[in-house]
Design a protein around this ligand. Structure first.
Ligand code: SAM
Length: 238
């Protein structure tokens, strides 16, 4: 893993580093309102989950924001899944500050959650469920409902539209943000934008609520709406 100054990174490592730097720039400049969203998660976990809880994070990435959100809560264990080995190596360092056992798994979160056999009280997904189409989202929400049991909760921060908006209209509002991302070069913006246009599938507010209810969650609540109204943080409670 360690590189000397004379070695070129291997192609996959180079791609990860470039994509990672672009993603970190987005988080560091708060273009997707990570600070507000993770602060909302922190306040919810601190104030509403009063006993010890087992936390499962799907698509945890480097867990930089989630590890911060978990500090000062009663988290009793942390389990993270991500497909990127390199991201998990960074996550391991970020999660070392938690006062509880930490387990990280490399793999696909969709199949991982389908076959999950460890109990969890709170499941968290940040900006990753929107890559699935609605039927696959529904299936994953059902898998999570099974995992969290009678008193469990799922929180997500995801692409969301006001009712009545199409994916094309959501993408047009997304595109209009470019002038508000001045830290990005045009190349970096294009990298992100190509990914969003090919892989992001927002749901309307009503659809997110319906998906939660049909997965067996009794209550669905919106806890945060990004100032751009492109992203929302939902609580699904059993
Ligand atoms: C947009 S980042 C989100 C990171 C973090 N959750 C956040 O809120 O900023 C997406 C993460 O999902 C991971 N990922 C993408 N597809 C995945 C999959 N099918 N299974 C597991 N992880 C996946 C990527 O490696 C990356 O770390």
């Amino acid at each position: 893993m360690a590189m000397t100054g004379t070695e070129e990174p291997a192609p996959t490592q180079a791609l990860f580093l470039e994509e990672w730097q672009v993603y970190r720039k987005m988080v560091d400049n708060d273009y997707l309102f990570h600070r507000d969203a993770y602060d909302c998660l922190h306040r919810y976990l601190r104030d509403e989950v009063t006993g010890p809880f087992r936390f499962l994070e799907a698509a945890c990435g480097d867990a930089g924001m989630s590890s911060q959100a978990l500090l000062g809560t009663k988290v009793s264990s942390y389990h993270g899944i991500d497909i990127s080995k390199q991201a998990l190596e960074i996550a391991e360092r970020n999660l070392a500050r938690l006062p509880c056992p930490v387990v990280l798994e490399e793999g696909d979160f969709v199949s991982g959650l389908r076959n999950w056999r460890h109990p969890a009280d709170v499941v968290w997904i940040g900006l990753s469920l929107h890559h699935l189409l609605a039927p696959a989202k529904a299936e994953t929400l059902r898998d999570i409902r099974r995992i969290v049991g009678a008193n469990g909760r799922l929180l997500i921060y995801e692409d969301a539209s006001p009712d009545g908006e199409s994916r094309e209209e959501w993408l047009a509002r997304w595109d209009a943000q470019e002038p508000d991302w001045p830290a990005y070069s045009h190349r970096e913006w294009t990298m992100v934008n190509d990914h969003v246009h090919s892989s992001d599938f927002p749901e309307t507010d009503s659809t997110w609520h319906a998906l939660g209810k049909s997965a067996g969650f009794a209550h669905v609540k919106t806890l945060f709406v990004s100032p751009t109204d492109l992203l929302r943080l939902y609580l699904f409670q059993a």
